[in-house]
Design a protein around this ligand. Structure first.
Ligand code: AMO
Length: 428
């Protein structure tokens, strides 16, 4: 007999073979209802006392039984058990927290300490179904537009984003770093002839802040595109992706979105505001001064509040960041060369993307490296491509966990990270 997944059980089926974990046991004396959980859902089993002698919560079992209609059971179906076999016993004394309760009062840190137990809760696993579909949508959307997937080195020789937020590692007899971003490599591959590339990979940031929105290891959804006109082409591309993503999630994650009571809008139209305008709005409307050349976490919340009220949008692109605040590869603006052709995308009070057009001229990039106080010879591996006809290009990167967190309205980025790495956490 072939095993069927719980979501596939049909009322018309005579007998089924199910496999899964014991989710709940409800002993009514004469009959016992056991909820069986597999990756696809939960089924009600009707058992006798003898049949459940060797089982307790979370025992892995195999069940053969008859399918019966019962309006009161989940999905209107229950399985009258003929045979239960224990596949794997449990050895715990006490569960670290309840897996089968609806209310979840366990502290996030405790859940993360016992990650694989917490993930047995359907509500928590739903986050990662959504996350996996975000990744699928990202790949499908870009492949349809002639982008190719690449994988670049995560052990690297130099910083891409500037700053000191890099993890150092011993690389035989030398010092190396963990990549903060695939930035240089994705640009190099555009020049190498791929024209359009994307990467889904880990990025590492040795940031010293332990906040609800920072990880030290996160998944970066990176895009880079050659022969572009300007940074607005990139914003249009990202806006189109968000619309594609929402449709995809509505098709593939109906159940999961329902669990989190999320209704995705039918059309996402993203307003574009310069950083300077945003700073003025934040000051005039909310009496809050922003840091020079940027907005801070509170500013992100305030500007989102403003665009929600004014444009009914959950998203806003902030454009034209100053040269002084952007990495060395960023293209300056033609009209005002103190500004850059770069942008951030803020989603419901949180930056989820940075992007922009890049410098593509060989001499200009070398000059900029010097301006940043660095040595051009250390960057020859990167700038070499620029000698051989580097097209105008640009791209962006989306933090996968941040996007997941905001779509599901979670309050901490760790909830949207399968095995989070932060300043304190290196296990599980
Ligand atoms: P940036 O450094 O802004 O840009 O990162 C891009 C996006 O990655 C996510 N992100 C993070 N997520 C969780 N924890 C962190 N510590 C963290 N740091 C960044 C955010 C952020 O918007 N090379 C450029 C991108 C480009 O221009 O193509 C870059 O890395 O969602």
């Amino acid at each position: 007999m072939k095993r069927v997944f719980i979501e596939e059980i049909k009322a018309s089926e005579e007998e089924v073979l199910l496999k899964g974990w014991v989710h709940k046991i409800n002993d009514l004396g004469k009959i016992i209802f056991v909820k069986l959980r597999d990756k696809s859902g939960i089924a009600q089993l009707v058992c006798t006392k003898e049949q459940i002698e060797d089982i307790r919560l979370e025992t892995a079992i195999e069940v053969k039984g008859k399918v019966k209609e019962n309006k009161k059971a989940p999905n209107g179906i229950e399985v009258e058990v003929n045979e239960i076999k224990v596949i794997s016993k449990t050895y715990y004394e006490k569960l670290p927290f309840e897996i089968n309760s609806f209310k979840d009062k366990t502290a996030l840190e405790t859940q993360l300490d016992h990650r694989t137990i917490a993930l047995r809760r359907p509500k928590i696993r739903a986050i990662f179904k959504v996350q996996s579909e975000i990744e699928t949508a990202f790949k499908d959307f870009l492949k349809n537009k002639k982008f190719e997937q690449i994988h670049t080195a995560k052990i690297i020789d130099s910083s891409t984003e500037g700053g000191s937020e890099m993890f150092t590692i011993n690389y035989f007899d030398r010092r190396a770093f963990l990549a903060q971003s695939p930035q240089f490599y994705k640009q190099m591959m555009v020049g190498a002839g791929f024209e359009r590339v994307f990467e889904v990979g880990h990025a590492y940031r040795a940031e010293l802040h332990n906040t609800w929105r920072h990880l030290n290891e996160y998944v970066s959804l990176d895009v880079e595109m050659g022969f572009i006109k300007d940074e607005f082409e990139l914003m249009n591309l990202e806006e189109e992706f968000i619309n594609y993503l929402y449709k995809h999630l509505k098709n593939t994650c109906k159940k999961e979105l329902e669990i989190y009571e999320i209704e995705l809008t039918d059309e996402v139209k993203i307003p574009r505001i310069t950083l300077k305008e945003a700073q003025e709005i934040i000051l005039e409307k909310y009496d809050k001064q922003s840091p020079i050349g940027n907005i801070d976490a509170q500013g992100e919340v305030l500007i989102s509040k403003y665009v929600k009220e004014k444009y009914n949008s959950d998203y806003v692109f902030l454009t034209k960041y100053p040269v002084a605040k952007r990495p060395l590869y960023t293209m300056p603006d033609e009209i005002d060369n103190t500004l850059t052709k770069s942008f951030d995308l803020i989603f419901d009070g949180l930056e989820i993307t940075t992007g922009g057009q890049r410098i593509n001229d060989y001499f200009m990039i070398k000059e900029n490296i010097i301006k940043f106080g660095l040595k051009p010879e250390d960057f020859e591996f990167y700038t070499e491509t620029f000698k051989y006809g580097m097209p105008p290009h640009g791209g962006f990167a989306i933090g996968l966990e941040r996007l997941t967190m905001k779509i599901l309205k979670l309050s901490n980025i760790r909830e949207a990270t399968l095995v989070p790495r932060d300043m304190k956490r290196l296990t599980p």
